[in-house]
Write a protein that binds this ligand. Structure first.
Ligand code: GAL
Length: 924
């Protein structure tokens, strides 16, 4: 979202799509000669790809959109996809381009669609994209309609198969942009800016820019890149050289260098970004401009000491994450993604693995927040298609200072084989062709010891789980850097303190993990004790839908997350805070607040990075013990109503504490927000987090009352509560509390305030919050055109001297008596200066459902005119030569019908005649 600069010719295509969840053929209705012949031509796809298609009963949706969220959970579904079925869907959008756009390059950028997608523009297929995770650009310039005829964009998405073993959603789940560029322009993702440290203080910033000429004439151009700091001061500039005349249809690259002394570095503590503005000039006119955020930092990784950022040896403290969030599936607004990254940072994380696919918005967010990213490719293949996809991923990622690693695969059965090595080599080469400044790696679950396997060709080896083999690998390959690309896979359900396999529940003491995994503590010990292991990417930061290991139905989400699927803290969060943060942490894990019979023995684990911990019950010291920095400390205490408190000591001094109180009766609903104010840019949303609390502010531990959300000036995108076993609806305004908490994700509609009223009717409790919405300058949105244009018109190849038969016999194999014609603003040249002649036009139009109050509208028709439906006269105009016509349609007509128009040129003062504007069908 942040990649485009407002004010350029960039328009959001996120609003007003028509959507239907079913498959529809793009083939013509018959296999007769006329249909077969017609279909074999450019622009001839039928069905939804055809301008004339009737989509009036399709749903209107905005992006990002994941159609799976509205489905029910069904037991016959796949556990991997969270027991929701996927399938096939179509999207359509009709929009206009102006006459002034005629000499521009017109691009459609799709940031991501799940999964296999085909993009049709004005009846031609312009792209078949196979992966649901890469972004791509469609150049629609050649097929575009300018002026009065709208453009028909149709997208078919086939999500019946899967690319991953987790919830993938379905639909246009990321942004879509319409970009207009000058004839000669800076190519999409064609700018690469990479600072390199020359000596202690001087940096050489390498700049290269691709100039693309999409039209036939050559242009003389100049490219200048300027670098600005955050105050807007110019810190350097370069005129790029290598080519000044770009021929028609040529792509040329120009390069240059900018020297900068002592820049402010980008780091995890201070993620300082500079702005690089690259301008393309023709003479004195700037005809294109691209802005990139860049950062000055050095990275390196070695087999002995691991990872280095700006010369400082730091461990990569990361989480792996899938894309989905509670209630909204994979259609996650930018600000919710940002919220999630911030939550991970609160645990001390400095790294993020986009598992197992790229996500461009995460890169913008991590640049800003100072989080290092492993960008991951989805498809393991060295097919031409995949290599091109990988190049696209790297072009999109390479200017981001947060990107430190490219991973070309995850857990591939061929990883340890000769074939796997060849593929890894080809993928690594594809990455390096575009960007050779970051190491390339794979995430292995075996095969890394094999000399003929991929680990001996890639820069870095990632090992998923199996930390017991880190040493063995390091011994055999002492020069290959190593990262724990997946660690832990520990299980925990928020708010549960007893494991019950019969109810698919797992406690929060860090007792359990996947068979192939480790508990949080075991996994961290193996990494922290080995300087040569550059870091750990914990599986996972957040629970995600699907893969409900170790259970199946009725579980529909994971148990791996450190946070639950809403981003509510599990006790797991505190393990990482204790391991990764310097500040003293003390956190009690126990069900004390639930209330128990007096004298019940309660297990209490205190997670801490302090040296000693004392436990107090109602202010009486029960015990004081040294704490293990990995395994922490455990106590048992006899329950009594009131407070337990844990006090942490360093050097004998109290440095931190935590307490829990027996919860009382529900007293109120406490609301916290993921952000305090919203903006009207169309990309914003807020997570409204609700906790049921007693009069002391203690969360009511086992509360499962239903909340109702009523929202003014906002739209509920989805609701959740983090329960991996819940089958409640995602897209609704009601949700049960799970261990006292639930969440709604809400997008603002307009400036002013979003008002959210939350009620727990069973308890007669309610609360209201107002979230201010600030008006901001935003992208323009493409306005969808609703009216249906009847096209596919043909005109008889010669004019008539007499009024022709309006119902001529047209043989199925006759492709030449009528020539194709479009009504796009001008009269037909065939009729110019042809006084007293008649022209005959014909088309087979899809008139859709039988309905009252429909009419055809032609805004500009010159000459006398007669309009026929299946040879029957519908309307005529013989009293004037110009202006519009309105033709009522009989209410019973439907589907495909033959329309005929006869035009007579009879005006001596007016040499021109014909149909000058599209024929559109409207409703009263
Ligand atoms: C790994 C895999 C992940 C996830 C994880 C669960 O094998 O790469 O995608 O399935 O296991 O433990």
């Amino acid at each position: 979202m942040k990649r485009y600069k407002k004010g350029q010719q960039v328009y959001s295509l996120n609003h007003g799509w028509r959507f239907v969840e079913k498959d529809i053929s793009v083939l013509p209705p018959t296999k007769q000669h006329d249909d077969v012949y017609g279909f074999s031509k450019a622009g001839a796809y039928r069905g939804p790809a055809d301008a004339n298609y009737d989509d009036a009963d399709w749903e209107i949706v905005n992006l990002p959109h994941d159609w799976v969220t509205k489905h029910d959970f069904v037991e016959e579904g796949s556990p991997n996809q969270g027991y929701k079925e996927r399938g096939i869907g179509w999207y359509r959008m009709r929009f206009e381009l102006s006459e002034e756009d005629r000499n521009k390059q017109i691009l459609l950028e799709f940031e991501g669609m799940s999964c296999d997608s085909q993009v049709y523009v004005n009846g031609s297929i312009l792209k078949h994209n196979y992966s649901g995770y890469n972004s791509f650009c469609v150049d629609m310039t050649d097929m575009a309609n300018f002026g009065v005829i709208p453009n028909t964009l149709a997208v078919r998405i086939d999500a019946s198969a899967w690319e991953g073993w987790w919830y993938e959603g379905a639909g246009i789940y990321r942004n879509v942009w319409l970009v207009k560029k000058s004839e000669v322009h800076l190519a999409h993702d064609g700018i690469f800016i990479m600072p390199e440290l020359e000596d202690n203080t001087t940096w050489k910033v390498h700049v290269s820019a691709e100039i693309e000429n999409s039209f036939e004439y050559e242009h003389m151009v100049e490219v200048i890149t300027c670098l600005y700091d955050q105050e807007g001061n110019l810190v350097g500039e370069a005129a790029l050289t290598g080519k000044d005349i770009v021929c028609g249809y040529e792509t040329a690259t120009v390069t240059g260098e900018i020297y900068v002394n002592n820049p402010i570095l980008w780091s995890v503590k201070q993620p300082y970004l500079y702005k690089a503005v690259t301008k393309l000039y023709k003479g004195n006119d700037c005809i294109d401009e691209v802005e990139e955020k860049i950062g000055f930092r050095t990275i390196s990784i070695d087999a002995k000491d691991g990872f280095w950022l700006n010369g400082e040896n730091i461990k990569l403290l990361g989480f792996c994450n899938h894309q989905d969030h509670a209630g909204i599936g994979v259609a996650v607004p930018y600000s919710i993604k940002e919220y999630r990254v911030r939550l991970l940072q609160e645990l001390g994380a400095n790294a993020y693995r986009c598992a197992h696919n790229p996500d461009p918005e995460i890169l913008d967010i991590c640049d800003e927040l100072g989080v290092m990213v492993m960008v991951e490719n989805r498809t393991y293949s060295s097919s031409e298609e995949t290599l091109r996809e990988v190049e696209g991923i790297v072009r999109q990622s390479r200017n981001h200072p947060c990107v430190i690693l490219y991973s070309v695969f995850n857990e591939e059965p061929l990883q340890g084989t000769h074939k796997g090595r060849r593929m890894a080599g080809a993928l690594q080469a594809a990455v390096r062709r575009i960007d050779d400044t970051r190491p390339v790696m794979g995430a292995f679950n075996g095969g890394y010891m094999e000399e003929e396997g991929a680990s001996t060709i890639l820069d870095v080896t990632g090992i998923n789980y199996n930390p017991g083999r880190y040493d063995e690998f390091h011994k055999k390959y002492p020069d290959t850097p190593l990262i724990g690309t997946e660690t832990a896979s520990a299980f925990m359900v928020r708010g549960e303190y007893e494991t019950d396999y019969s109810k698919n529940l797992i406690n929060s003491y860090d007792d359990e993990c996947a068979l192939w995994g480790n508990t949080i503590s075991e996994a961290w010990k193996m990494v922290v004790e080995r300087p040569f292991v550059a870091g750990a990417f914990v599986w996972t930061g957040f629970d995600y839908r699907g893969e409900p290991t170790p259970f199946t139905w009725p579980s529909v989400g994971t148990f791996f997350g450190t946070y639950d699927s809403c981003g509510f803290e599990k006790d797991a969060c505190y393990f990482y805070k204790a391991y990764w943060k310097q500040e003293p942490i003390v956190h009690i894990i126990s069900p004390w607040s639930e209330g128990h019979e007096t004298g019940t023995q309660i297990r209490i684990k205190v997670v801490t990075n302090c040296e000693e911990v004392a436990l107090l019950v109602n202010d009486r010291i029960i015990d004081r013990k040294p704490a293990d920095p990995i395994n922490h400390v455990e106590f048992t205490a006899s329950y009594e109503e009131g407070e337990i408190k844990a006090i942490g000591y360093r050097n004998g001094e109290i440095v931190a504490n935590d307490y829990q109180l027996t919860a009382g009766k529900p007293a109120s609903l406490e609301v916290s927000l993921s952000k305090e104010t919203l903006v009207t840019d169309g990309f914003d949303a807020v997570a409204v987090n609700v906790t049921l609390i007693d009069q002391n502010g203690t969360a009511i531990p086992n509360a499962d009352h239903t909340l109702t959300f009523e929202v003014g000036n906002g739209t509920i995108l989805g609701v959740g509560n983090g329960d991996p076993n819940s089958h409640e609806d995602d897209v609704t305004n009601k949700r049960k509390l799970f261990h006292g908490k639930a969440q709604a994700i809400i997008a603002p509609i307009d400036k002013g305030s979003v008002v959210v009223k939350v009620s727990a009717n069973e308890l007669d409790l309610q609360t209201e919050v107002m979230i201010p919405v600030r008006e901001v300058e935003s992208f323009s949105y493409v306005e969808p055109v609703e009216e249906r244009v009847i096209d596919n018109w043909r005109m008889y190849y010669q004019l008539f001297d007499e009024m022709p038969n309006p119902n001529p016999k047209v043989d199925k194999n006759d492709m030449n008596s009528f020539e194709p014609i479009a009504f796009n603003g001008a009269p037909q040249t065939q009729l110019t200066d042809q006084l007293h002649k008649y022209a005959l036009y014909r088309c087979v139009a899809n008139l859709g459902e039988a309905k009252e109050n429909r009419y055809l509208y032609i805004s500009d028709i010159k000459g006398y005119a007669w309009i026929y439906l299946n040879g029957e006269l519908l309307a005529s105009r013989t009293d004037s030569f110009g202006g519009h016509m309105i033709i009522d349609l009989p209410k019973e007509v439907k589907g495909n019908q033959v329309l005929t128009i006869i035009i007579h040129n009879e005006n001596e003062e007016w040499p021109q005649a014909g149909i000058c504007s599209p024929v559109v069908m409207k409703e009263l």
